[in-house]
Design a binder for this molecule. Structure first.
Ligand code: WTA
Length: 668
């Protein structure tokens, strides 16, 4: 075994002083609590729900009838408001002048919101939404960059019981349209322009010709970011001015526990993106519980012996357009009364150490990012990190894809300053495995106490019972065997339905393995019970941690007039984890020209957004299909990576395989 292989297989330990003041001090306690939580989930979740302020107490923790009942209701009969829990209650308890959200602009402008300032700003924004006719239960689409108004507007929606549907700023205007239409949003909140690496880029202007075709939209509320001249649409409202003139009085709407808090669209195996529906009480309780125990930061729920002003500082680098931003920048930290940092810009501007500079300047204690970002930062060399004083950091974390050995080791050594040797000790790296659908962490180490193995998301969170299944749905007990990854029992933070299509929810998650929630991922367990995620078993592609569906990418490619058909698959990439490899069949008579590839890429970016870019394009005369006409993606994946293609007996056109292999070889 090489030195690096030996290191890779070692167990790494969190700094021991973290455990002394931790909420859970030992692995024995974790194991005991975990056992109790899965044996008696009602008791466990009732205890956790005590952190939430209900205006009317709930009657039943969970209405499910069998342990496998994934559609039971949580905290039924209770009334509460998520914004009240995140903001107002801290003001009422006398913490109005304490820090809540710290927003940092890319030009270093800082907005240090106290809980009171946040309450005022959210109330004004909520009143502005009301003036636009938004009522409880209405859907509001937010397509915004990482400006403070995004955080404030989502809380404003929660305050008045409106359902927000946030679309990632890197998606295209036509993806915004699809999402608006699917859930009939009445208001779209958008920025005039985006600040990006010192330049202004158009945002609202991209909606020209598209927003006119959204019948449900009554107003387009424009947030002024740059004040740059933009195209004017008849339904435009100057949202910045409208908010400014509002009163700071706005009551919180009492919501039922199971009322919808938000919709977030995500990619799946087939068809258009699904509107994942999260509810009020379950999502809140679950997010708070996971964040409290996993990160163990001091916050108003439990100050752990420090003054409120000396609370830990939490910094999650995700974009709020993804679930990570929803749960981990806004709702869970604020409901816990933590200090949460939100940064507007990219990690590399105005310099390559921007994240580390923020950690130093704002005293970040808990830093949470994605493996793709670590790989990018690692490339700039250790000096970019070493310039900054990162002594305040207690814990590091990752999410979105497997944190592989090279980036794990760099994170541990260079950012965490962890030790080597037989029993390496250092700042823990929390490897959190979860999904848009699951609300918060499913598999994760408790930062202060769990011994780590690089690349492993370790063990289940409380109330989570993971299972590894084979094709027949039987449990795999053999260590290190690739299996389908599923869960045995529900938890409060699980999505409740797909917006407008409950059947799709049941079909996608609950049908392949009856009695289980199926994640769509492969995983395996080692002899010591550590879980390792092996990637998607379906057609979801993770590019730089961003979740993209093959079907959507293909639809964008196919909308190019010269394209007859296409199929995409993931292709390994050293920085992005995976990229998109596209097989494209052109219309008859169209020449397979290199220039056409660039034209198609530009087209896809404009249709689907800048994050969606086919990295490698291969023109092919036909695609391998089964007799029922289904594209055999397994074969395409194998050809792309020049791996063994396996059995192709069931293909209706096996001759195409050799053609594709030849073409692939030419690409190099
Ligand atoms: C993958 C992101 C390995 C996985 C919160 C999952 C991970 C999908 C990890 C969900 C991890 C997420 N290790 N793989 N720690 N975390 N994934 O919905 O394939 O954007 O199903 O949610 O990301 O992506 P989503």
């Amino acid at each position: 075994m090489s030195e690096s292989d030996k290191e890779k297989q070692k167990i790494y330990y969190p700094n021991p002083e973290l455990a002394t003041n931790a909420r859970i001090k030992s692995m024995d306690t974790y194991k005991e609590m975990w056992k109790k939580s899965v044996d008696n989930p009602r008791e466990f979740w009732a205890e956790e729900a005590k952190m939430v302020t209900f205006s009317e107490p709930y009657k039943e923790v969970w209405t499910g009838s069998t342990p496998e009942d994934f559609v039971g209701k949580w905290f039924q009969g209770g009334k509460l408001n998520v914004c009240y829990n995140c903001v107002d209650r801290w003001v009422e308890k006398g913490y109005g002048n304490e820090k809540s959200l710290v927003w940092i602009g890319e030009d270093d402008t800082v907005k240090n919101y106290t809980f009171k300032a946040l309450q005022d700003e959210v109330s004004k924004t909520a009143n502005a939404l009301k003036e636009l006719g938004v009522k409880k239960g209405d859907r509001v689409c937010l397509w915004l960059p990482m400006i403070s108004e995004l955080a404030v507007t989502m809380l404003a929606c929660a305050r008045i019981g409106a359902i927000h549907s946030i679309v990632f700023g890197g998606f295209s205007a036509s993806s915004v349209k699809d999402r608006i239409d699917d859930s009939d949003c009445t208001v779209l909140v958008v920025a005039d322009e985006v600040r990006r690496s010192g330049k202004a880029r158009p945002m609202k202007k991209n909606l020209e010709g598209i927003i006119e075709t959204c019948p449900s939209i009554e107003h387009v509320a424009v947030v002024k970011v740059t004040g740059g001249d933009v195209w004017k649409y008849e339904k435009d409202v100057d949202f910045t001015a409208l908010v400014e003139k509002q009163s700071i009085e706005c009551p919180c709407e009492p919501m039922d526990s199971e009322d919808v808090l938000f919709i977030l669209y995500t990619s799946g195996t087939t068809g258009k993106p699904k509107g994942v529906v999260h509810t009020t009480a379950g999502f809140l309780v679950y997010g708070m519980s996971t964040n409290k125990y996993v990160w163990d930061y001091s916050c108003l729920i439990d100050l752990k012996g420090v003054e409120p002003k000396d609370r830990d500082v939490w910094y999650c680098t995700a974009d709020i357009g993804w679930i990570t931003g929803h749960t981990q920048i806004i709702y869970s930290p604020l409901a816990l009364g933590a200090i949460t940092v939100m940064y507007e810009g990219v990690p590399t501007w105005p310099h390559k150490g921007r994240f580390w500079e923020i950690c130093e300047k704002y005293g970040v204690t808990h830093f949470y990012t994605a493996p793709t970002a670590i790989r990018a930062l690692m490339r700039f060399g250790d000096a970019e990190v070493n310039k900054w004083n990162l002594e305040k950091l207690k814990m590091l974390g990752t999410v979105g894809e497997v944190c592989n050995w090279p980036e794990w080791k760099w994170y541990w050594d260079v950012v965490g300053k962890g030790s080597g040797g037989e029993k390496p000790v250092g700042r823990p790296i929390v490897d959190s495995y979860w999904q848009t659908e699951t609300g918060s962490y499913m598999m994760v180490n408790l930062g202060a106490i769990t011994p780590m193995k690089p690349g492993s998301c370790t063990f289940p969170y409380f109330g989570i019972n993971p299972v590894l299944l084979n094709e027949e749905g039987e449990k795999n007990t053999e260590p290190m065997t690739q299996s389908y990854f599923a869960y045995d029992m529900p938890w409060p933070g699980l999505m409740r339905t797909v917006w407008g299509d409950h059947d799709r929810f049941v079909q996608t998650y609950l049908t392949k393995f009856p009695g289980h929630y199926f994640t769509g991922d492969y995983a395996q367990i080692d002899a010591e019970g550590y879980y390792f995620i092996l990637g998607r078993s379906d057609d979801v592609i993770k590019v730089s941690g961003h979740r993209l569906g093959s079907a959507e990418v293909e639809a964008a490619i196919n909308s190019h007039p010269k394209v007859a058909e296409s199929a995409v698959c993931p292709y390994p990439h050293s920085m992005k984890g995976s990229t998109i490899f596209a097989y494209i069949t052109l219309m008859q008579g169209v020449e397979k020209a290199e220039e056409l590839k660039a034209e198609i890429v530009a087209h896809v970016r404009s249709v689907a957004g800048p994050t969606v870019k086919p990295e490698i394009i291969m023109f092919s005369d036909a695609l391998p299909k089964t007799r029922s006409g289904k594209i055999m993606r397994r074969v395409l994946k194998a050809i792309a990576t020049m791996a063994d293609i396996g059995d192709v007996m069931t293909l209706s056109n096996p001759e195409v395989v050799q053609h594709l292999i030849d073409e692939r070889a030419k690409l190099g």
